[in-house]
Design a protein around this ligand. Structure first.
Ligand code: F6P
Length: 481
């Protein structure tokens, strides 16, 4: 089977490099093992980028990594513009943060079309293409426009919101129609899948029957594929990481104090302000916990060119300073706040050193930090996961302590419960979560999606010949008005 995986951000194979985001970290082991070609952005732009502007093609385990320079004129409008200032806020139900221009939409479509042309280099008769995430909603349709009949799959790593929320994205209708060029469209949770089906039925007037929908492109299947992690690999990494100098330094710095850990990109969907407020409240409600626990919050800067993100960075720095000023002592800092990324190895060691994992997003597709925290624990003395019920992971990790991230007092009380939980209960909850993680790893996620993509193609009718498909450019002309 020839497989080409496409995502905006890719991961490099170096375990010691900081990694940004769940998607890149999750895909790395499966690409390495499967022999797929992974195509993504090189992170560089060029004035004269062409479909052949591959900065590098290098091997990655049994597979390969092909990094493409993107066109300078459109990169900003595509990445910071339409993808992250229109789609991302809407997908996380923050339509109040949508800021987008017509030019941004045009750039998004241009980059999708550019990527489609670049992918032609990897097309052979049996090749399957698996496109990842909201950066490339229209990529499949662009490929069909170029005459591609190969199986095309798509997986969304974020939530998919209610129909009235996605309707806040300019051109939502054309984009969602374009998504139906994919043979298989995968979501993280049943709720996301159902929201998408409702949109298709209500706004596009299409019939969706047992996950099958027929559009002008032919037949597509929509289904849920909750993403997992490499459980055994991560667990082994966490054990090995105990001897890593950064992990030893962390342990030494604790002097018997207990540690709670949060690891997030600085993003308004992650609930960071509420989390810091919950620790503030915890120290107010239970002053006896001062000096006996602190929060290590790793907050990796992200998308800093977007106002909502730079504002959040400023707000968090101010808030942490205030909370530390209020509760801290000359020799104790309640919130250890680090604005930088760490490698997977070091993070695995940090998770194992922490008695509480706090993963409290306001809304999250899955949240793999929650799964990694669990996998990293010592089976004899596992820590406790405090998890937002609005993370996709809460569907599986239902023996975590589930919280409402809008309820600050409730979160503070739950963190206190986590800190005083007896070992037998911690073990019981942890074992139940590990069983869930083992039942759905990154490897089974990958295999299930590929199987379903093969089946979607064999059960679906043929894709319409491209002459009968309304070309996207014609749609685009209307959109760009
Ligand atoms: O869909 C979510 C996602 O792809 C995550 O995997 C990751 O957390 C994030 O987006 C990466 O964002 P960016 O590439 O903009 O840093």
């Amino acid at each position: 089977m020839d497989l080409v995986v496409v995502s905006n951000r890719v991961a490099r194979a170096k375990a010691n490099e900081p990694m940004t985001g769940g998607l890149a970290a999750a895909l790395l082991p499966v690409v390495e093992k499967s022999g797929a070609i992974w195509v993504g952005s090189s992170g560089r732009v060029r004035d004269n980028a062409t479909k052949d502007s591959f900065a590098e093609i290098e091997s990655l385990g049994a597979g390969a990594l092909a990094l493409l320079d993107l066109p300078a004129a459109h990169y900003g409008g595509y990445y910071e513009g339409f993808a992250n200032s229109a789609l991302w806020p809407a997908l996380h139900s923050r339509t109040d943060l949508i800021r987008v221009s017509q030019d941004d939409y045009q750039s998004y479509r241009e980059v999708n079309a550019f990527m489609a042309r670049a992918l032609m280099r990897f097309r052979k008769p049996g090749t399957m293409f698996w496109i990842q995430d909201y950066h490339f909603l229209a990529l499949g349709a662009e490929m069909r426009d170029l005459g591609v009949r190969n199986p095309l799959g798509f997986f969304l790593h974020t939530p998919w919101p209610a129909r009235r929320v996605i309707a806040g994205v300019p051109h939502h209708r054309e984009l969602i129609e374009a998504m139906l060029a994919y043979d298989l469209i995968g979501f993280q949770t049943d709720d996301d899948c159902e929201n998408f089906a409702t949109y298709l039925r209500t706004d596009l007037g299409l019939e969706v029957d047992a996950g099958i929908v027929t559009s002008r492109f032919g037949t597509s299947r929509i289904a849920t594929f909750p993403i997992g992690i490499d459980v055994d690999g991560f667990s082994a990494q966490a054990q090995r990481a105990a001897s890593h100098p950064d992990v030893s330094r962390l342990r030494k710095s604790l002097h018997g104090e207990r540690l709670a850990i949060g690891v997030d990109r600085v993003d308004y969907s992650k609930g960071l302000v509420n989390r810091i407020s919950a620790f503030d409240r915890l120290f107010e409600m239970q002053p006896s916990l001062k000096r006996s626990v602190s929060l290590l919050q790793i907050a990796t800067p992200s998308r800093g060119g977007i106002e909502a993100y730079s504002n959040l960075q400023d707000e968090l720095s101010k808030q942490v300073t205030e909370v530390n000023g209020r509760h801290g002592e000359v020799d104790w800092t309640p919130i250890r706040y680090l604005s930088k990324g760490f490698s997977q190895t070091v993070l695995a060691g940090f998770y194992r050193a922490a008695q509480v994992g706090v993963v409290t997003p306001l809304h999250d597709g899955m949240n793999l930090v929650a799964k990694e925290y669990v996998a990293a624990q010592n089976p004899i003395d596992p820590g406790v996961l405090v998890l937002s019920k609005f993370a996709g992971a809460a569907n599986e990790l239902d023996t975590a302590l589930l919280v409402n991230p809008h309820d600050i007092d409730g979160m503070a009380r739950t963190i206190a419960t986590a800190l005083s939980m007896p070992a037998p209960e911690r073990r019981m909850r942890w074992e139940a979560m590990m069983a869930k993680l083992r039942a759905g790893t990154i490897h089974s996620w990958f295999a299930d999606f590929i199987d379903a993509l093969e089946n979607a193609r064999s059960t679906a009718g043929p894709v319409l010949p491209s002459a009968t498909v309304r070309p996207l450019r014609a749609v685009g002309a209307r959109l760009y008005n």
